[in-house]
Write a protein that binds this ligand. Sequence first.
Ligand SMILES: [Zn+2]
Ligand SMILES: [Zn+2]
Length: 238
Amino acid sequence: MNCYYDFHIHSALSPCAEEEMTPNNIVNMGLVNGLDMIAVTDHNSARNLPAIWQCAADKGLLLVPGIEVESIEEVHISCLFPQLEAAEEMGRFVGAHLPPINNKAEIFGPQYIFDAHDRITGEEERLLLVSTDLTAERVFQTALSLSGCAYFSHVDRDSYSVLSALGTMPADIQTSVVEVSDSQAGRQFAKGRKDLADKRFLYSSDCHRLSEMSKRKNKIDLPQMTTQEVINWIKDMR
Ligand SMILES: [Zn+2]
Ligand SMILES: [Zn+2]
């Protein structure tokens, strides 16, 4: 079945995201846009996933729990998981590899943690918009070991992408999928790269505000609409 998705959405836990990116607003916008499934992938943290998980379940939208990890090479990697608990485990692992730098909300923006009713229950104190001390390879390995999957984010961008940081796809990381920005320029870029010729593409918005979320446009064909089938598709275990 065709499943319309946007697998790259930041909540207001990411300091660079707008404060309107609350659990209910994200889920409602996904439904308004006609999406079947979304992934919320905050920078280096999974702390808003429990609230968004509950909210999505209540409203009938499939949430694929995720996290966008920044590796030591300053490469962004999207990690998705079949269950909330695995994503939270990844979040704790990544959190242990963040540098001890506190956020300055007045400079970088607040890092809000919500409950399922959009009430702010706390703020993440450590700055999330930094690189961890994890190699890209270790990020991929850890996501896999937690029954999830990983793929390089926005490979067409000139910052924080594997191609901008390393010049080409690393030979030691097995991955059949890469993420490309959901734009004409992103698609053009991906088509023209020889080192992406054998890859399958996911197009996502990397939205930091509600108006940027993908519409009902990008789809993958799954036997069933479940988080596990999404992971299988990305790991090419179809
Ligand atoms: Zn990114
Ligand atoms: Zn992002």
